[in-house]
Design a protein around this ligand. Structure first.
Ligand code: ADP
Ligand code: MG
Ligand code: MG
Ligand code: MG
Ligand code: MG
Length: 634
């Protein structure tokens, strides 16, 4: 989220009463924005990453690692530079949900030259160092998708206690102090989502049934447990009951600027089938609340952690107070394509208000975009500030953004902000963050290159949305990269639905086949990237860097290297203190995160995760001569 404006949050009752007001003005604001910006042309490729981090505090005497709740303090210092000299900074820092989290982006977006790939990792390293300079001894900035012991006993520094009977989360495990304290948005969202739902959120993730896990696995939450949690907690599952379990995870996101709205719609669609594939490939979060789970990714955890749907909306009761039965949480994969090419693959029924849809189409918005916006707007606002109630709908877009930015989906279609030089953009949101800058840079460069390949070769990766949904479920399973197959388009060079050989247009492939190719059947995404690169004039350093990144992706896909999730699991189960009970003790957690830290700081190598060639030629600045020589943008 962007720089958050200060203000006073309304109570849930007040917010609820203004839900229709926000919706009504949000739609008008979108219509005005669309009329103003639909014909905007000629923007160039710009792009940037977002990396989220956690602050971890080690105690080498007690052998513990805990989440350090000092992000607000550190962010204050990090933001000073930006306020003093916004045009000359190499990084931007933003708050995130956790009191232990930070989000860092490059100071400016990158442009469309290949040489920019050579600065991505150096910039990530710069950010890590910049924030790390502000830390206390034994405090470390880590890019972990999830902290293994979030919500387990004694997981924060300073120590905190959950408050099941009061506060924003009312969690048995996650204390309100672990929510970012510097802005009221986060606690307000937490409270309002819980109140809208009418009960606490309920997250049940299957536990990994190692041989000493009791059968059935059923936790005793103590004598004080209220009825709500005892009903919600499922056997053989790790039960979690707070927004912080999901929104307190970190991820890696990417935003691209398109040359116009049409190209943005194409990119939005074409990247959609890649979301589950990249989720599986970047899987990095097998542990929850101090237990080993049977999934490798955070996605369903976050989805459930902000599921504000009422029992009626979830289909547990007949509709009475609510208007719609809604099939997904507001955090989930997208439900419809936006480009004309995508239209025939929209095979999932879309829920929306017919009047809102009609209002959009009456104002000249085509069917596909109108149904996308109308579908986002089935949600109520879950955070409203008193200063923002009344707006100028001709200029402001806050009510639109209010709903848009709380539909947390795999892809986001981002209209240009008011009065800015920024164009139509698309955000790619599924990836889990990796422990090293090398890995994160590799993923980022791979996705950016894919967008170029898709646009220049006019590839068509589309498959029915229902199959993307199936792939999302498979992507999260343990060891999905090796063990699962994914629906993918067979012939990505044509729009033909029925192939010449009578074969269906999509079939099931392993991630290896999708990334590296399958002889005579599928070319593979990396070979396509490589043939694209071969047609470009690329300087030696950038070439070397990009090749190191592509090798990493290829080897993760083929199983030659472990995914982060697989490596983390292996470390825990081979720890001398591990008792085959799927429990991650303080000591196991400490040793694991210490090892992660040593890998990140290059004190030890980890070839099973990273391979042997992890040195890129990354550089903080692009030599002017090189940039000048590369005249043709990607
Ligand atoms: P979000 O709303 O997703 O949190 P952020 O403001 O945190 O968005 O930034 C997302 C990314 O977009 C950053 O990496 C930033 O560098 C990048 N970015 C900024 N301006 C542009 C632009 N004009 N086109 C593409 N990306 C941009
Ligand atoms: Mg952001
Ligand atoms: Mg964000
Ligand atoms: Mg973020
Ligand atoms: Mg983002």
């Amino acid at each position: 989220m962007g720089l958050l404006s200060e203000g006073s949050p309304l109570s849930w009752e007040e917010t609820k009463n203004l839900a229709d007001h926000v919706r009504k003005h949000g739609i008008i604001q979108f219509i005005n924005l669309y009329k103003r910006l639909r014909d905007r042309q000629g923007d160039i490729l710009k792009w940037g990453d977002e990396v989220e981090y956690m602050l971890v505090k080690f105690d080498d005497g007690a052998k513990t690692a805990k989440l350090s709740l000092r992000a607000a303090e550190i962010l204050k210092t990090l933001n000073e530079k930006e306020y003093n000299d916004p045009d000359n900074i190499k990084s931007l820092w933003r708050p995130e949900y956790g009191a232990y989290m930070l989000e860092g982006t490059p100071g400016k977006p990158y442009g469309g030259l290949l040489v920019h790939f050579n600065v991505v990792e150096a910039n990530m390293k710069y950010r890590r160092q910049e924030a790390s300079k502000l830390l206390e001894p034994n405090e470390v900035l880590m890019s972990l998708t999830n902290f293994p012991r979030t919500g387990a006993h004694d997981f924060t520094d300073p120590p905190t206690h959950p408050t099941p009977n009061s506060g924003s989360s009312k969690s048995l495990f996650f204390p309100d102090e672990a929510i970012y304290p510097g802005h009221p948005r986060f606690k307000t969202l937490t409270r309002n989502i819980r109140q809208r739902r009418g009960e606490k959120v309920a997250i049940n993730i299957p536990i990994y049934k190692d041989k000493n896990v009791p059968n059935p696995f059923k936790e005793d939450f103590g004598p004080l447990i209220e009825n709500e949690s005892s009903c919600a907690a499922k056997e053989d599952h790790i039960y979690m009951d707070a927004m912080g379990f999901g929104m307190g995870c970190c991820c890696l996101q990417l935003t691209f600027q398109a040359c116009n709205i049409e190209e943005a719609r194409t990119l939005y669609d074409q990247l959609t089938p890649l979301c589950p594939i990249m989720l599986a490939l970047t899987a990095a979060s097998p542990f929850y609340r101090g237990y080993i789970s049977d999934v490798d990714c955070r996605w369903n955890v976050i989805s459930c952690s902000v599921d504000c749907r009422t029992q009626e909306e979830r289909g547990l009761k007949p509709l009475n107070e609510n208007k719609f039965k809604i099939s997904k949480s507001r955090y989930d994969s997208i439900d419809s394509y936006l480009s004309e090419q995508g239209e025939t693959y929209n095979d999932v029924p879309l829920t929306y208000d017919d009047e809102v849809y009609k209002q959009l189409t009456d104002n000249g918005i085509d069917k596909l975009l109108a149904q996308h916006i109308a579908h986002l707007f089935i949600r109520d606002t879950v955070s409203l500030f008193s200063e923002k109630i009344h707006q100028n709908d001709l200029e402001d877009t806050d009510h639109f953004e209010n709903i848009q930015s709380t539909n947390w989906q795999t892809m986001r279609f981002k209209p240009p902000p008011p009065n800015s030089p920024i164009g139509w953009r698309v955000e790619f949101r599924p990836c889990e963050v990796q422990i090293t800058d090398f890995e994160n840079a590799a993923i980022v460069c791979f996705i950016v290159l894919l967008t170029r390949v898709i646009l220049s070769y006019k590839l068509n990766l589309l498959i029915p949305i229902s199959k993307v949904d199936k792939n999302m479920a498979r992507a999260q399973r343990r060891n999905a990269v090796i063990a699962e197959k994914f629906w993918f388009r067979r012939d990505i060079t044509s729009d033909v639905k029925k192939q010449d050989d009578g074969q269906p247009e999509c079939t099931e492939f392993t991630v290896n086949e999708i990334i590296n190719g399958k002889d005579g059947v599928f070319p593979g995404l990396i070979p396509l990237v490589n043939s694209y690169l071969a047609s470009m004039d690329v300087d030696a350093d950038t070439h070397c860097t990009v090749q190191a990144y592509m090798k990493l992706i290829q080897k993760r896909a083929s199983g030659e290297l472990l995914t982060t999730a697989a490596w983390l699991r292996k470390e825990v189960v081979s720890h001398s203190e591990y008792k085959n009970d799927s429990v991650i003790t303080q000591r196991i957690n400490y040793d694991l995160l210490k090892k992660v830290q040593k890998i990140v700081s290059n004190e030890i190598s980890c070839p099973e995760l990273l391979g042997t060639c992890i040195s890129s030629k990354t550089n903080e600045t692009i030599p002017a001569a090189v940039a000048k020589a590369e005249k043709v943008p990607m």
